[in-house]
Design a protein. Structure first.
Length: 364
């Protein structure tokens, strides 16, 4: 027997599609709320599809709807109102009501069921940092569950290099004996006044090695700890006054313990402007800028990424402090700077890779 596709079949298909899309919206809304997620795959598109199907269903049944409304309101005015024509059971209307309830389910459940919602924080007392801190708390179903519903991207390259940049080798950083660790910790201070004496290349080499140098070559482990040994931090050196080194912006090539020259020139004034007028940024022998390639950590640690990246920047900053103090140098960490200006100086997009921290070092 040959099957014939009729109008009623189309209505049933629309009802089924509304039920499925509404169910997806409900479940995804509930999961998003319980896990404190900022997005859920295809959630909004399922909502749009459900709304479009509802409109289509209404259009196909417009005659029945208007007849029902005339009958209902006519009956309310008096017993003489005409009754509507007899029709087959309005299964489509029932399906429409069920799908509408399903579409609203995610929102209703999200309001009634307690979860890790950003709205739990009072708006007046919460800045974006607080919101992020609450959102990034681990829950009992994070990890694999989050990985199933969010796209955190793939692991990028472990090392960043500038293929066209001039390469400058650095002296061997090993062998120097400065202050003991105990004395270094006791005497470490932030120093903002520097002399005119330049830093040596040996001192710059030791500072860079203390910041991000490879200390275990078999596994590529470095001087500062990193979550999962993923090392999202890049080190740039804005050199003002280092013996035997042209002033300019350099990138630290970790693998070969060398420098890559990105821009030659005197960038003292540019650093002071980016540092909101802090003059010592132009007086130091070198300004180390720590940036982060967030995807190196995001693909694995997901919503905890920004926490771990900032922690790592702090580890490296302290390493620089201790190394400089041990060598009798002065240094100072700076967190107040104009992000866009500093990113532009280094050639960073400010999104995939962004400047986080500045540490100045100079002779005292």
């Amino acid at each position: 027997m040959k099957l014939r596709f009729e109008r009623r079949d189309l209505q049933y298909l629309i009802i089924a599609a509304m039920l499925l899309s509404g169910l997806y919206v409900t479940i995804s809304g509930l999961v998003t709320d319980l896990f404190g997620l900022h997005q859920f795959a295809l959630h909004c598109y399922a909502g749009y599809a459900c709304a479009a199907l509802a409109v289509l269903h209404l259009a196909l049944n417009w005659g029945r709807v208007t007849a029902y409304l005339r009958w209902r309101f006519g009956r309310a005015r008096g017993p003489s109102a005409p009754a509507p024509r007899e029709h087959a059971p309005l299964l489509g209307r029932r399906g429409f009501l069920v799908s509408a309830m399903s579409a609203a389910g995610g929102f209703i459940l999200g309001r009634l069921i307690p979860g890790r919602r950003l709205a739990e924080l009072p708006y007046e007392a919460a800045d974006l940092g607080e919101l992020y801190h609450q959102w990034s708390k681990p829950g009992p179903f994070t990890g694999q569950a989050l990985g199933a519903v969010l796209d955190w991207g793939r692991q990028p390259e472990r090392y960043k290099t500038y293929a066209d940049a001039e390469r400058i080798s650095l002296p061997d950083p090993h062998g120097y004996q400065g202050l003991s660790l105990e004395e270094t910790v006791e005497t470490r201070r932030s120093v903002r006044d520097y002399s005119d004496e330049p830093l040596s290349r040996e001192e710059l080499s030791r500072l860079l090695h203390a910041a991000q140098g490879i200390t275990e070559h078999r596994w590529g482990l470095r001087a500062a700890p990193s979550a999962g040994a993923l090392y999202p931090i890049e080190v740039y050196a804005v050199v003002h006054d280092v013996t035997g080194l042209e002033p300019g912006v350099y990138h630290y090539a970790v693998e070969e313990h060398g420098l890559e020259l990105l821009q030659a020139g005197d960038f003292r004034a540019a650093m002071v402007r980016a540092g909101v007028g802090q003059a010592f940024l132009g007086q130091a022998g070198v300004c180390f800028v720590l940036s982060a390639i967030f995807q190196r950590t995001r693909w694995k640690y997901r919503e905890r990424t920004y926490r771990y990246v900032l922690l790592e920047a702090g580890h490296i900053g302290q390493n620089l402090y201790l190394a400089a103090t041990s060598m009798g140098l002065g240094d100072c960490a700076v967190g107040a700077f104009l992000d866009d200006d500093l990113n532009d100086l280094l050639g960073l997009d400010g999104k995939e890779e962004a400047a986080l921290y500045v540490i100045t070092v100079g002779k005292v």
